[in-house]
Design a protein. Sequence first.
Length: 387
Amino acid sequence: MKPVTRRGALGAAAAVPLILKSETAFGSQVNSAPGLGIIGTGSRGRYVGTIFAKDGRTRLAAICDIQDSSIAAAQKQLPGAAQARVYRDYQELLANPEVDCVLIATPIFLHPEHFEASVNARKHIYCEKAAAADVAGVKRVLRAGDRADKTKHIQFGFQQRYGPEYLAAEKIITSGRLGELLLMRSHWMVSGQIKPPAQPRPVYASLAEEKLRNWYRWKETSGDFIVEQDCHGVDVLNWYSRSRPLLAIGSGGRKIRPYGDCNDHANITYEYPGGLRGFLHGCQLARGWNLVNEQFFGTEGTVETTRQYYRWYRPGAGPGGQTAVEEVKSKREPTYDAVEYFVDHVLSGKPENSTVTAAESTLTAILGLLAVETRRPVTWDEMMRLG
């Protein structure tokens, strides 16, 4: 088996970082804060862009979108957007010397193109998850990340990796305090799909326009909900196990999704090295109920993680030999921590490149989708021969 190599993409981690004075590194001496350019000002771009604004250590220099409605919404809702340069062509935004950092928040199938162009423009990059919608796209992202400027910080929107509670839970597991890790499970059980006629299909001039504007309903543009949404859960499984799966077995399908070609439920088993298994249970058809969490079962206890808290269950550690439950609640949504981490590393001149881990988590989700589609075991090596 040939794993996705970390050579190149992360090979410069041991190199001495190039540290410049802020007025030299970021624009003029008068306005030395890093200039931020946002490619894609839809709801996610506006949300993360607002977090950058609240952080306060960057200045919004430019925004770009092909849809007038998204530009207008950004100018109304996003702090600083009314004064920022506006582009319809992302290449023009990347050519702006006032743009030091780029937030890529476009539809997933466009991430490889926009990421590659941002690497070529030598920008610091915060790219939303997932890395791509298919294997070919992930490989393109990997090639670009491998040759990126080693002085530029590259980060993806797998925000759990930056949340203090997720980091604390990870230390419990990887330090051995949970004992041997026996089993992992990720739930992403939510609503979102409603039977017609309550949710009529919008009318567009062409199918191509529909796939661009309503991209999350098509596998070609979103990678299915397993990739677009559930990649967060499998990212945590990979992170905590310090590995990625060898193969996947899955089942799933479509019950009530009114249009498009994506599934709305799936059950996937990932087999990791050493006999470790990880389960992904996902759906978008739950009504009046949801469950989004991860659970890690070890010989000495259980850890449960969510974006609201982590819990550590330790049998026999409580009064009278009862199970002790340690719960630590999250202070904020982890995207705030991810943005803070990004800006910290841009300003400190200590860049990191997370392209490989983001690619592996995206590929893990794609592996699960392939298992669901083929209804048979699919190995990592088989998947990597695609695209």
